[in-house]
Design a protein around this ligand. Structure first.
Ligand code: GLU
Length: 497
């Protein structure tokens, strides 16, 4: 059997470091066994996916050197490799129809409103929130008539109602066990005729001849549905293997709030792809001889799927920097110089337009630019307390602004640029400066009055830069970057304790 593995990212937002991690494991497994590594784009949720995100995935994989043998931009004989193109070829519908014909799936006509009411009732009764299978026993001939008359419908899988799902994942001591009755009658085909991820992924893994699905454990919950679909569609299921999720230091799933997760960020910062891959290779896996620094070829040589440790590997930026340093200091002088110049140039292009106003000669640039790239800035407490406020007020304002920044970057599809940041803070002020229409306490009134642009903008400026005067605030925050801005707002709050 020739090993064929894939990664199947959804192109939403920036390319994710988790995609590189899973990509590396799949790539190494394929290379170790002389097999093929495939890239498939899963974009059936058209509201969240974009072509530019897909392009950024191709670019990032190339930058990393995780070359795929088949994929959207390289072709292959099992394509197309983008699911939206496959939808247009009618690939998925026939499998949904097959399941209907076999009695393993059914039409459901429940409207969004009906489903909302159902959920509200379940919530009120403290019952688990899941589709109550109301159309499961509906007469098929009757359903077909309604479909033919143009009524909107979805197709759902007829999940078993009793018994247990059991699966042995080679990386886990305990088998995966789930009671079927807790598993939803999953939608397979949506009302717009597009497949859901579950149907599309299982069908494509089969049609693309995938032998092993190596993916993150967040997909374990979907495993029963996937195995069931393979069985009912008469496919030989690939072997599913679930590896640990990358985690923040507090063991939560890696998130933008606590770590840079975008591959573009690492590239812009000047991390070397070799170092990033080496770092990822050490997460949940290790060199059999305990060697810390090794390249992709070496990884492919010793890679052993069975040696992967699934206990959620912690993504430690300090460790990455350490490895990166080893690689960087070994570069020949020319390449090292080029790396530095690239970094300086990127910063220069970004900062010069906003600093120019404040410069009298070229040499001023370095001093003016310092607060933008320094690891930390020094805060003077007196600068951090707007006129008429006390320490606690200033800290409360900063706390809320920092929270708003964190929520902003954690949300899907948001960007850290001047217009979005301005809107964010202005909206925050508009919200916080409101007083309850009736019965406001004097404290509430006083708190609302502190929410002025003068107070907040001034405070955020000092917190983010250490200075009272800077170029326009939002350009400044955009240039400093999300992580640093948030960190500095945190440091300013400490100063106010
Ligand atoms: N499209 C899924 C994702 O975004 C793929 C999950 C899988 O590998 O089955 O990660």
């Amino acid at each position: 059997m020739t090993v064929r593995v894939r990664i199947a990212p959804s192109p939403t937002g920036d390319p994710h470091v988790g995609t590189a991690y899973i990509g590396l494991l799949n790539w190494s497994f394929a290379k170790h066994h002389g097999g093929k590594f495939i890239l498939r784009i899963e974009d059936t949720d058209q509201t969240r996916c974009s072509e530019s995100s897909a392009q950024a995935i191709y670019d990032s994989m190339k930058w990393l050197g995780l070359t795929y043998d088949e994929g959207p931009d390289v072709g292959g004989d099992r394509g197309p490799y983008v699911q939206s193109e496959r939808v247009k070829l009618g690939i998925y519908r026939k499998y949904a129809d097959q399941l209907i014909a076999q009695g393993d799936a059914y039409y459901c006509f429940a409207t969004a409103r009906e489903l909302e009411a159902m959920k509200a009732r379940q919530r009120a009764a403290n019952e688990p929130i899941m589709y109550d299978r109301r159309y499961r026993g509906f007469d098929l001939e009757e359903a077909k008539k309604r479909v033919a008359s143009g009524e909107p419908y979805v197709i759902r899988m007829k999940t078993p109602l009793e018994g247990e799902f059991v699966y042995r994942d080679r990386l886990r001591k305990q088998p995966v066990v789930k009671g079927w009755k807790e598993i939803d009658d999953q939608v397979l085909l949506k009302s717009d005729g597009w497949p859901t991820y579950h149907l599309a992924a299982v069908v494509d893994d089969h049609l693309m001849g995938i032998t092993h699905v190596i993916r993150a454990e967040e997909w374990l919950n979907s495993l029963p549905k996937h195995i069931w679909l393979n069985e009912k569609l008469g496919f030989t299921a690939p072997e599913y293997v679930h590896v640990g999720l990358l985690r923040n230091a507090d063991k939560s799933k890696i998130s933008k709030r606590k770590n840079p997760t975008s591959l573009l960020w690492y590239r812009q910062q000047g991390f070397l792809p070799e170092a990033l891959l080496n770092f990822l290779a050490l997460l949940g896996h290790s060199h059999p001889d305990g060697i810390e620094k090794f390249d992709l070829t070496e990884m492919a040589r010793f890679f052993d799927l069975d040696r992967i440790n699934v206990a959620g590997p912690v993504f430690d930026l300090a460790k990455l920097r350490h490895l990166q340093g080893l690689y960087f200091r070994e570069l020949d002088a020319e390449r090292a110089k080029a790396e530095v110049l690239k970094a300086v140039e990127t910063r220069f292009e970004q900062l010069f337009p906003i600093l120019r106003e404040r410069m009298a000669c070229g040499g001023d640039f370095l001093a003016q630019a310092e607060p933008y790239y320094a690891d930390a800035v020094t805060h003077h407490v007196e600068d951090l307390i707007p006129k008429g406020l006390v320490k606690e007020d200033a800290r409360a304002l900063l706390e809320d602004a920092q929270r708003a920044f964190k929520q902003h970057i954690a949300a899907d599809g948001t960007v850290w640029d001047a217009p979005s940041l301005e809107k964010l803070l202005r909206d925050l002020i508009a919200e916080k400066s409101q007083v309850p229409p009736i019965g406001a306490t004097p404290e509430q009134e006083a708190a609302a009055k502190r929410w002025t642009t003068k107070n907040l903008f001034g405070l955020v400026r000092v917190a983010a830069t250490g200075r009272r005067e800077t170029p326009p605030l939002f350009d400044t925050l955009a240039a400093i970057g999300a992580m640093k801005s948030i960190e500095r707002l945190g440091a300013a709050q400490m100063k106010l304790r």
